[in-house]
Design a protein around this ligand. Structure first.
Ligand SMILES: Nc1ncnc2c1ncn2[C@@H]1O[C@H](COP(=O)(O)OP(=O)(O)O)[C@@H](O)[C@H]1O
Ligand code: SF4
Ligand SMILES: [Mg+2]
Length: 360
């Protein structure tokens, strides 16, 4: 089949904020997601990264049609699903599933694992009791658990095992797209790697596509093919993972990367994003939303909204000054260009010179 598995165009979700009990008045709008566009291919992992509150989960809910958008469209397997309802939407739910951050909260404590895994099969009218039991055993095996685990209850498992059950439940109906909303954020670091490896292994075996949500870049390093960085409801940078890690262009992406802790204690950097807290999506800063925390901000940044544009092939950035920022260096305060950054900037300079020559 040609075309992308998932195509999201100008997607927005605005929540009116009301005040007053008797006569509620709308006093503003939270732009939880504000014009997001991206695509996802078959067998691919696109990571969606950004601080808490930047609109990642809302984007996930919009993609899965759990909520309706204020604007924009979602296409899945070539079909516009934006206004889909009723039976077609129920059938679509088999094709796209979600794994949640907190497996304990998302698993019914009163159901044993066998019933938890059989439930989606029953909801979608798949198989009879015997075939469902066989499928439950198969699903448990797929995520590294044993058939006897079917008789146990969620509280009898560790956090990592519970997330394996959450993954098995998502896979029960054989989806093509799995949205993973911070699936390892609640787990210990040592367990995180196991779950990430399991997801990668399942992707290779089953040809799954993942929209993988995380609040820090460290988690997506071994998981993603491409990475989209979100800030206050918008994507500010999107690129192949290697390009984004080697030569991040947007100042926000750079601060997120600098916040990743390093193994070398002498080069230990702050874990938090510098420049204070993320502003409220109720009253976001004018122009570039990031200007209140950006050390490169100019007057233009405060008044004009930067568009997400392709600065080098396959690498899109929403920054007025992407071409003239100092080359990125992973070392704090040192602006020595990495070889990859230098190559990409040289390529850009060459293209711009050619374009200017043509324009005369
Ligand atoms: N139902 C809602 N009503 C009002 N505001 C909401 C609602 N859902 C989310 N928000 C707001 O939208 C913003 C983005 O939320 P969310 O998508 O959950 O962010 P993330 O998953 O990146 O932490 C937050 O400021 C949040 O408070
Ligand atoms: S547009 Fe301006 S404020 Fe925004 S990231 Fe770029 S330099 Fe910083
Ligand atoms: Mg979230």
């Amino acid at each position: 089949m040609s075309g992308h598995l998932l195509e999201v165009e100008g997607l927005a979700k605005h929540y009116p904020v009301r005040k007053g009990l008797l006569i509620p008045k709308t006093i503003g709008t939270v732009k939880a997601v504000d014009g997001v566009s991206f695509h996802l291919d078959r067998g691919e992992t696109l990571a969606l990264v950004g601080e808490s509150g930047c609109g990642k989960s809302t984007t996930a809910r919009l993609v899965l049609k759990l909520i309706d958008p204020s604007q924009g469209s979602v296409r899945f397997e070539g079909v516009d699903i934006t206004d889909m309802h009723g039976t077609p939407l129920r059938q679509l739910r088999r094709r796209m599933q979600i794994v949640f951050q907190d497996p304990f909260a998302s698993l019914n404590p009163r159901m044993n694992v066998g019933d938890i895994l059989a439930e989606p099969l029953i909801v979608h009218g798949i198989g009879d009791a015997a075939s469902r039991q066989a499928r439950v055993a198969e699903l448990l095996g797929l995520v590294g658990l044993a058939p006897y685990h079917a008789a146990r209850f969620p509280h009898e498992f560790s956090g990592g095992q519970r997330q394996r059950i959450g993954i098995a439940r998502a896979l029960a109906v054989e989806p093509r797209l799995v949205v993973c909303d911070e699936p390892v954020s609640a787990l210990d670091v040592s367990i995180q790697a196991q779950v990430v490896n399991l997801l990668k292994d399942l992707q290779a075996r089953l040809g799954l596509s993942y929209l993988f949500i995380a609040h820090d870049l460290a988690v997506v390093k071994h998981m993603a093919d491409r990475v989209a960085v979100m800030y206050l409801g918008r994507i500010v940078e999107i690129a192949a993972k290697d390009a984004l890690f080697a030569a991040p262009m947007h100042p926000y992406t750079r601060t997120l990367l600098a916040a990743i802790p390093r193994p070398d204690p002498h080069r230990k950097l702050a874990r938090t994003v510098p420049g204070g807290d993320m502003p409220s999506p109720l009253n976001p800063p004018t122009g570039c939303h990031f200007h209140t925390r950006c050390s490169f901000a100019t007057d233009a940044c405060r008044s004009e909204t930067p568009t997400l544009r392709e600065v080098v092939p396959g690498h899109r950035v929403a920054c007025h000054h992407a071409e003239t920022l100092p080359p990125y260096s992973a070392a704090e305060g040192v602006h020595a260009a990495t070889p990859v950054a230098a190559r990409r900037l040289a390529l850009y300079a060459e293209r711009r010179a050619k374009a200017e020559a043509v324009a005369g």
